[in-house]
Design a protein around this ligand. Sequence first.
Ligand code: ZN
Length: 381
Amino acid sequence: MNFELSSKAGDIRSSLITTRRGIIHTPAFMPVGTQATVKAMSPDEMKDIGAEIILCNTYHLYLRPGHDTIASLGGLHRFMAWDGPILTDSGGFQVFSLSALRSIVENGVHFRSHLDGSMHFIGPEKAMEIQSALGSDICMAFDECTPYPASYEYALKSLDLTTKWAKRCKESFEKSTPPSPPLSKGGMGGVTSSQALFGIIQGGVYKDLRKRSLEELVDIGFDGYAVGGLSVGEPKEEMYETINFIAPLMPENKPRHLMGIGDLKDMLFAVEAGFDMFDCVMPTRNARNGTLFTSTGRISIKRTEYKSDNLPLDENCGCYTCRNFSKAYLRHLFLAKEILSMRLNTIHNLYFYIDFFRKMRDAIKGKKFGEFKKKWEVLLQ
Ligand SMILES: [Zn+2]
């Protein structure tokens, strides 16, 4: 993987990440494909809306259908017919948020499947084995997602464990993945040959612990750095303070990923602080619930006022849904619980997010991010 800053104004960055399966322009939004599918979307539709990378969940694919099954079928890209870059998360977040009866030990976590109650164990080596079998382009080190609230003592103990696991992930990753050869402009066509590995910064809302976590991960050395354990129930001011504190301390020459945060205003704030990559189920989940993002704010398509509204969702949107259908039709599909409702709503919301990031990148290049942010903060109120 290669990371190249293309534009920088203060802390705000725009960059090119070159992976073995394609280029990602940042700041980038990564749609979430939990079960090896971005819900309601085909891979062709993902390409059409301009998605450059998607995120899949290690925990879910390990439990069902199983990473060995996916490997035997040619790997995750082949399995789901998506040939662009894929980032797989570590599984840590889901182990801690979904599974019942988990117990954390030095080596990893014992947990009960949320699907059938069967017992499982994932530790750093297993997390690397699963992601290697899936064949994702960017893997994440296994971490403990520190809950909120957590005492200082707990957050410290938790981050020490995350650092130990990160070290073991790196060792295990290096054994299974030979180092990537330097990018050659000609022969390789700008494509690197191996997986990349990101480390995850924890430490809760304690600034000294966040700094310590980051420094320990930088000592180990990763291809990129992610911030985890935010948006887990802490007040927004604490989340914003942590984002502002940690971003400028992160290595400048590596991608910076803010995990699980997908509110447009929050992402604008984080881009301003210096983050590059985002993932969240918000646009897809909201689409299925009939909540749609537009350039004049968020709307609920089920409202009576749209019953005879012949206009598109958003006259400024170029997506398939807005080019072809009225709000009245989308409202009807939603109320009738038609499958097409979820599909058209998801196409629009994802297009809206990806287009929002494209315009944001243009604003950064044109040194107009401040104006862009101000305009959207008013629209998103
Ligand atoms: Zn649209």
